[in-house]
Design a binder for this molecule. Structure first.
Ligand code: SF4
Length: 451
């Protein structure tokens, strides 16, 4: 019997098929990105300070950081599948590696949060945004680890991206908001005649169980599975609909949204603008002097442990402790201000259920994303000003915040409605949950005003 003809593809579906058939082009693009990445990391270190270093700094922090965040919101993780140099290198290494089994420790579900937190904090410790050598250490170290993992584990897979990449969790959360995703029709998959399936093969490098994939979170949008068994297709959807549906959100996701993206993600841009760091340093110094323990005050911290912002004094060991303390304290404070209203809303909706709390926490992703883009964008503006451009981005920043907050408010309201058992209780819970928005919103608005 002749296999039934495939359904004609719509424009979006056709885009997915187009992507599937352009894998050679994607390989060339990734090769180009690897070369560019190596140049912007190495040239500023090798050449004397000047124009090249500034251009490289602008490309990495002024353009790449906010640009990639925006791209994930718009196109899902297309950046990972089509352009990321680190992903391309780990995949390449994996093709020639040992193909060992993935160890259990690597499958720990807390890595997306833990690696994001460690890299964010360490980035602050060494002022990664300001100097080329710290940037090379952090980004180059991450890429070296990705290549090593590729050489050791998996075969033609992106084990690093799937489990350890510091932005894997962040991008996975942002992709839930994206208006594009690869959708799978499991029934069509199962009923596809063997004659049609024969000869169709693809390798999903980030190891997504494609048949059961119901989230855009793990998918790198590489397009390889498009059209497989007439069941996989690129489709458009309402932005954020996956968050409202809420399936599969976990405690680690909530930790990454509240403590990672909102807490640390805000504090990382904010901690040195107030008196908190010097006050804590002063307190620590007095305490240490009081007990006669002077070495933390006298011993210089090596640059790879602490590099202050441009123009600051060389750091001492006590400065490292003060920085870690202020980051931890401020992050905990902001995270609590966000988590408590959500916890109250969860309880108002019935007996305590962690699953419900995690569902509501996902509604904060748009505001958290706006904050991160704004933080990275501040650096873009600073670099443009340093280059002599008279730039002000305050109105754009406030508009971005308003958009993020509004989007979060809608998602939270719709999410609460999926749990509300009675109207009054539902509205009360909505009001409580929306109280999670003002603390980060006010912090970011203040940051925009400071400029
Ligand atoms: S599920 Fe895998 S193969 Fe399919 S588009 Fe996503 S990353 Fe590529």
């Amino acid at each position: 019997m002749e296999p039934a003809p495939a359904r004609p593809a719509g424009a979006v579906q056709g885009l997915g098929l187009w992507l599937r058939d352009r894998q050679a082009l994607l390989s060339w693009l990734q090769g180009g990105m690897v070369v560019l990445y190596a140049l912007v990391l190495l040239l500023p270190v090798l050449l004397p300070e000047g124009g090249v270093a500034r251009i490289a700094q602008f490309l990495i922090w002024g353009l790449w950081a906010p640009g990639v965040l925006l791209s994930v919101l718009l196109f899902g993780r297309l950046w990972c599948g089509a352009l990321c140099p680190e992903g391309a290198l780990t995949a390449l290494a994996s093709r020639h590696g040992r193909g060992r089994a993935i160890p259990r420790w690597m499958r720990w579900p807390g890595w997306p949060f833990a690696s994001f937190a460690v890299v964010t904090v360490y980035g602050q410790m060494i002022s990664v945004w300001h100097f080329p050598l710290p940037a090379l250490l952090l980004l180059g170290g991450s890429t070296s680890a990705a290549v090593l993992v590729g050489l050791l584990y998996g075969r033609e897979k992106r084990v690093w991206c799937r489990y350890l990449c510091p932005v894997n969790g962040l991008f996975g959360l942002l992709a839930r908001l994206a208006p594009l995703r690869f959708a799978v029709d499991a029934a069509a998959w199962d009923s596809c005649p063997p004659e049609r399936a024969r000869g169709q093969r693809f390798i999903c490098e980030p190891m997504v169980p494609v048949r059961t994939m119901d989230s855009a979170s793990p998918c790198h949008m590489c397009g390889r599975c498009a059209g497989f068994r007439d069941a996989v297709r690129l489709e458009a959807r309402l932005p954020g609909v996956e968050v409202v549906r809420g399936g599969g959100a976990t405690g680690w996701d909530s930790l990454l949204v509240i403590v990672g993206m909102i807490g640390l993600g805000t504090v990382a841009f904010y901690w040195n603008l107030g008196p908190w760091h010097s006050a804590l340093r002063q307190t620590l110094a007095q305490g240490l002097t009081g007990i006669g323990w002077l070495w933390p005050l006298e011993t210089a911290a090596p640059w790879w442990l602490l590099t202050g912002p441009p123009g600051s004094e060389p750091g001492r060991v006590v400065d490292v402790a003060a920085l870690l303390g202020v980051l931890a304290g401020m992050t905990a404070g902001l995270s609590l201000m966000v988590a408590l209203p959500l916890a109250l809303a969860t309880r108002l909706l019935g007996p305590w259920e962690g699953r419900r709390f995690h569902h509501l926490a996902q509604g904060l992703i748009p505001l958290a994303a706006a904050g991160l883009i704004l933080g990275a964008g501040r650096f873009t503006v600073k670099l443009l000003r340093d280059a002599g451009w008279d730039t002000t981005a305050a109105p754009l920043g406030l508009a971005l915040l308003a958009l993020g907050a509004g989007w979060s408010a809608v998602l939270i309201t719709l999410s609460v409605r999926r749990h509300a058992t009675g109207t009054a209780r539902g509205w009360l819970a909505t009001g409580a949950a929306l109280l999670a928005l003002p603390p980060p919103l006010a912090t970011w608005a203040l940051l925009v005003r400071i400029g």
